[in-house]
Each structure stands twice: as C-alpha cells, then as structure tokens.
Design a protein around this ligand. Structure first.
Ligand code: NOJ
Length: 576
C-alpha cells in the first residue's frame, strides 16, 4: 500500500488548516495542484499515512486485544430465554416461547431477519493494518462534538472480535448480519492505493458469516467518509466524489458479489447530508452557503448511488442493491388543509428527497425542486434515467413517527421568507398530540429526542411506502430499535439485561408488520438496530440501542431480553 501523498499545506492562522489538492496513486504520489488563497501560505510537502494521522487526529487509544480472536462456544446458560413480558390470558409458563399465537398472522418462509451495525460505531482498531482516518476520527476530536467526548478508537473491538460476534448471533438463531465497510480501511486516502489487509479482513468477516449460516448484508457507506476526500474537495459537497465512490463500490462488488447478495450503497443520506456544514476550522473551508450544503451533498449522493447501482448490476445482475432511506411516518396534527399540505412537504423534504428520484421520476419532488433549482444544476436526462429505478427494494430505517403541522405563520409566509426558521422545508413537527399533553408513544433516551415508540402507526407507514414508491422487490425495515431511557444509569447486570421498553418495541413492531403482511404489504425483512450497544455518534456510548450489552472494559457481550423477544417473534410466526 502506498503511504505517501503530496499535499498543499495551507497555514491560515490557528488552528492549523490543511487542504490536500492532490491524490495518492497506487505508487503513492501524483502531480499536485496547489490552490492559492490570499490569507494562506501554500506549499507542497510529502506526508505518509502516519504523518496524516498525527497531523489531523493525534494519538489514538488501542485495545488490549489486538489480534483476531477465535470464538469460544456460547455458554448454553446465556441462551435461556428471559421471563415473559407479555402474559397470555391463561398463564402457561415463564418464558417467551410460550406466548399464545394469532393464527392469522405469519412471516413468509423467505422473510429475513437480522441485526445491524456499522463500521465506525463498532470496529475500533482505527489505525490498525493501514486504515486511513475518516471524518469521524476527526469529528470525535472536536471538543464536545460528541457530548461525552467518546471516540470510536476501540469501540466494540469488532475488528478483532467479529468471529465471536457472528457466533453469538448465530447461536441465538439470527439469520442475517448487516454491517458496513470502512471505506478508509480499504482506500486509506479514499481513492488510489488499496489496502490489501482490509480486503483480507472483510473476506474473513463474510466467510465467517457464511460458515455460521448467517447471511451477510453489506453497506458501502455508513457516514465514515475518508478524511482525505473531505479535505481534498469537500467530500459529498463535490461531484468529484462520484468517480471515487463508484471505484470503491466497483472494487467491493467485484470482490464479494458471489458471496454477498444484499447491498446498500449509502445509509440515511438525509442524516449525513444534514451533517453539513461540518465544524469550522476542522475541515477545509467551502464557499457553498451553509443552508445549501446538504442539498449539494444529496445531489452527489444520488449521482454516486445510481452509478454504483449500475456498476453492481453489470457485475452481477442478480444482486439486490438499494440505498437506506430514513425519516418516519408523518401524521397530520389536525385535519386542516394547512396541516395536510405540511405533511406533503414533510414527505417531499425527507423521504421524497431520495425516494422520488430513485423510485418514481429520476428527479426531486416539485416542492423541493422549486427550492434547489435556484442553486443546483438540473439532472440531465441521462442522469435521470440512471437514477430512476436504481434500487431493488425499498429499504427504510423506519424507527418512529411524528405529528406534522403547518408553521404558525402559515406555509406561504415561510416559503417566501428565507430567514424563516423553518425555511426551506416549511413544516413543523412535534411528538405531542394536539392536546399538547400526551406524546405519541413512550419516549426513548433523552439522547434520542427524535425517537418515540410509535408502533401503532407502523401498518399505515408500511402501506404508505408500498403505495407511494411501489418498489419491485418489496419493503424492508433495514433498521429499527429504541434507546431504552437512561439505560446507562443502570450499573448491575441484572437490571441492564431486562429491557422492557425495547422488548415491547420489537414485539409490537413485529406484530404491526404481521398486520401489514396480512393486509397485503410486501414486507421482506427486518434488521434490528443494533447487534449491540455501540458508539451512538455525537451521543457517545451512553445512548444504547443494542439487543446485547457490551462491557466496554472487558469487551464481554451479554444478550438482553429484547434479543430473545425479537427472535421469538419469528420462532412463533415464521412459516417453516
Ligand atoms: C440510524 C443510523 O444508521 C445508525 O448509525 C444509528 O446509530 C441509529 N440510527 C440510531 O440512532
């Protein structure tokens, strides 16, 4: 692997700002182009990958376990289901498999269910074996960007413990494992030189899944952009990302298409695009106005995703390739026409932003387009053609719902006023019913204010996805879960492991899917978020979504009750 790159170093006062304007080739160095800036001193220096880490990230923590661990047998005592959370009318026992069954519900035989995780949130080993830094290695160094100042340096040490992790979910009866590749592990500088050690690592993760009878599902991009690409050209803000992402996708599809059937190009673009603008002074400056940045990002995501989709299909036409959407079900707060219009704007500025182009028209919903066309180039006919149809299933990380209402000022007063606080989307949201008293369902941890258990709306949501975007391969819930409130305050294992809110979330959500299935919605699979507690991005490790608890000091894993409740729903309801 090449370890040097030529960079233009801009010294623009304090803190140090670095901008790379050239890229490593497979031999390490290509011609550089220096950029100039009146306020900056520009020069070329050669930096190795280690220098790059040192300059941008500084010291990283290392785990005490730093070689791949052979799994130990999962103790049968840890596979005993918990006491029942739901009591049937005639108490028949203490354990979940004894629940009474609704005979008219079933999950089809080929319905897949599994658990999900993502590279930066679980892998750790950030500097191991040639990995380059990602923007999240940098963001975790911005003081208080992560509320706890936690980093992903060690995380769940999944980089070395993946065999154990796969063995554990297999022992529980979970059939699918969805994980993401770390782009900067594979291409330490985002493009150019490939890190063979990373390929060998993911070869083994995939082979381990297959060995345990677990279907691997791979996401190419789960927010950990190679830092080099952010600094070189603004990452997703620039269309230069398109060929880089496509080259990365091409490599992954080529290497693993015969072993991995299900692929997701990007995870939740609404979230990572809304993450722009990145904190000032930590990344190379951009001239794109802050309010527009997320839409530049979205534009380049659609171009990159659709190109990658077609590359994947040309390598193996039978692959299932999609992108993971997010948002939530949108309930009109009242039956006024203003709230109905606000609901439509909410769909347009959330799911519709990516779903309408990919599933309906190749272009944005009209309300979004009337805003973005004031600064973004229109998609060409050829681009629209590529975008339209570029997903095989409708994959949605459908956690929750919101009430939607028109802004107090009315929608029009907002759309005409760029300084309105809700501009440009111009709809308002709340978790409270119109009585302003009750929330729409039990709250999650305060670190996830966007999320309440709103499982009553899941059947309506599933119908909406199918009826609106008409996916040819059905609808998949590619993430769902809840952060049990204040879970981090529980210190003894016995109280940590029984997680009633998460358990009822999964049971009620899966019942809602069974209802939707019985009503004709083609739901094809679910992935629980998450395989275990992990780095909840800017909320750190304190906000927990896992169906397993992880003692981060010893790296021991423990099944929570919700893990059993989740699996049990399939044991009871899936056709054999
Ligand atoms: C969706 C994201 O994909 C995942 O990374 C995150 O941890 C969960 N939501 C929970 O917030």
């Amino acid at each position: 692997m090449a370890s040097t790159a030529v960079m233009a170093v801009l010294l623009a006062g304090s803190p140090l700002v670095l901008a790379q304007t050239s890229f490593p080739s497979s031999t390490g160095v290509v011609a550089s182009q220096t950029s100039s800036s009146a306020a900056a001193f520009v020069t070329n220096i050669q930096l190795s990958l280690d220098d790059y880490w040192d300059l941008y990230i500084g010291p990283v923590a290392n785990a005490s376990i730093n070689t791949t661990v052979t799994p130990t047998p999962i103790p049968s005592s840890s596979l005993i289901p918990p006491p029942s959370l739901y009591y049937p009318s005639f108490p028949s026992g203490q354990q979940v498999p004894l629940q009474s069954q609704n005979e008219s519900w079933k999950f089809p035989k080929d319905f897949w269910y599994g658990v999900a995780g993502a590279s930066y949130q679980i892998e750790g080993a950030v500097k191991a074996e040639g990995r380059g830094p990602s923007i999240w290695d940098r963001l975790t160094r911005v003081p208080n960007y992560v509320v706890t100042n936690d980093t992903g340096d060690v995380a769940n040490n999944n980089y070395y413990l993946y065999k154990e992790d796969v063995a554990r979910i297999a022992a529980l009866g979970i059939k699918t494992y969805s994980f993401s590749l770390s782009w900067s592990r594979i291409f330490p500088f985002g493009s150019g030189a490939v890190n063979e050690a990373a390929l060998a690592h993911y070869d083994d993760v995939i082979d381990t899944c297959l060995e345990y009878g677990v279907t691997p599902m791979v996401t190419l991009y789960h927010w950990d952009l190679p830092l080099f690409l952010q600094n070189a050209y603004g990452g997703w803000l620039s269309d230069k990302i398109v060929p880089d992402f496509v080259a990365y996708a091409n490599l992954a599809f080529t290497r693993w298409h015969s072993k991995v059937h299900y692929w997701f190009t990007v995870n939740e673009p609404i979230v990572f695009c809304t993450n722009y603008p990145l904190p000032e002074h930590y990344f190379t400056k951009t001239d794109i106005p802050s309010i527009q940045q997320k839409y530049y990002c979205g534009h380049n995501v659609l171009l990159a995703h659709s190109e990658a989709y077609h590359v994947g299909k040309s390598i193996n036409a039978s692959l299932s390739i999609s992108l993971k959407h997010n948002g939530g079900y949108k309930i009109p707060r009242t039956n006024s026409s203003a709230d109905a219009a606000a609901v439509q704007r909410a769909w347009d500025f959330q799911e519709g932003w990516f779903s309408d182009p990919v599933f309906l028209t190749g272009d944005y919903p009209s309300s979004l387009k009337s805003y973005v066309s004031t600064f973004l180039p229109a998609f060409t006919d050829a681009q629209k053609e590529k975008i339209n149809g570029s997903a095989d299933i409708y994959a949605h990380d459908a956690y929750t719902s919101d009430f939607i209402m028109a802004p107090d000022s009315g929608i029009e007063a907002c759309t005409k006023n760029e300084s309105h606080s809700l501009f440009p989307s111009c709809y308002n949201t709340t978790k409270l019913y119109a009585n302003n008293y009750w929330a729409l369902g039990p709250a999650s941890d305060p670190g996830s204010p966007w999320l309440n258990k709103a499982t009553d709306w899941v059947p309506a949501f599933l119908h909406y996805m199918q009826d609106t975007w008409k996916p040819r391969g059905g609808v998949a819930i590619t993430e769902f879960g809840i952060s049990e409130p204040y879970e981090e305050l529980r210190k003894d294992l016995a109280s940590i492991l029984i997680d009633p809110i998460r358990s009822s979330y999964y049971v009620d959500y899966l019942k809602a899917i069974l209802i939707a299935l019985s009503e004709g919605v083609d739901v094809v699979g679910t992935l629980a978020w998450s395989i275990y507690d992990n780095l909840e991005w800017s909320q750190g490790y304190g906000v927990k979504f896992g169906i397993q608890y992880v003692n981060l000091t010893t790296q021991e894993r423990y099944f929570k009750a919700s893990a059993f409740e989740y699996v049990n729903m399939f044991q009871v309801y899936q056709e054999k």
